[in-house]
Design a protein around this ligand. Sequence first.
Ligand SMILES: C[S@@+](CC[C@H](N)C(=O)[O-])C[C@H]1O[C@@H](n2cnc3c(N)ncnc32)[C@H](O)[C@@H]1O
Length: 254
Amino acid sequence: MRLRGRKGIRENIESQPELVVLSPQDYKGKWLSFFGNDNPIHVELGMGKGKFISEMSRNNPQYNYIGVDMYDELMRKASAKARAAHGIEEGKLPNLALALFNIEKLEDVFAPDELSRVYLNFSDPWPKKKHARRRLTHSNFVNKYKNVLNAEGEIHFKTDSRSLFEFSLNSIADMGLRMRNISLDLHAEERRQDLVLTEYETKFADRGMPIYRLEVVIGQSAYDRHLRALEESDKRQAVDADTDTDEDTEQNDD
Ligand SMILES: C[S@@+](CC[C@H](N)C(=O)[O-])C[C@H]1O[C@@H](n2cnc3c(N)ncnc32)[C@H](O)[C@@H]1O
């Protein structure tokens, strides 16, 4: 029998503790025991109906994923979406948990160094200045993310809101943190096949609205890797430039 109403939703999420975690603080410092492996943990804060976290976890078995939201109904919807994406109707999904809690309580749920990546996708923009402290890229929140991210730690942020994006650039720059992969129009040239889109992103991109994206490098290992990638890219560009010069010279000789 299909259960309806608030009671039905509660019963639904209570009936799948191997996927939906209703007391996530019990796992603080012990999330790898939930997954039964040592793989890095990536978390989406404010997952909504769960399209992104479902597809990311299905596509990337080498990582563990936790989708966070604070509403029972979204837990129910996301659990159904995740099960459909993984093709698993009952029991555990190999690398996914859905956790019900308010992001304000992040440090009650995760221990220092427990996470490798935080995704913030289309977070509520809170446009009024008096609500600035509620924005998930406010320094109060970013400090919480810093406290639970490890040496590989990164924050990946996407939004349709220009004002939230501007606020975030300033907030993160004021904290002295390093940003990379900044885009003012993520899908500018064509719909990117290599990116997993969220529900909101699909809606806004279909309307032709620009999607803003930035990444923040938090951990030292992530930063070192980033510098090495920049050096490699510089070297490749230097080789390409040399090749171009040789070709130009040959054409001039003709
Ligand atoms: C605008 S929706 C974006 C949903 C999804 N990430 C997407 O891109 O389609 C923002 C989501 O964040 C959740 N959220 C906002 N503030 C939160 C908080 N303090 N704790 C947990 N979830 C929160 C909301 O419930 C909502 O599902």
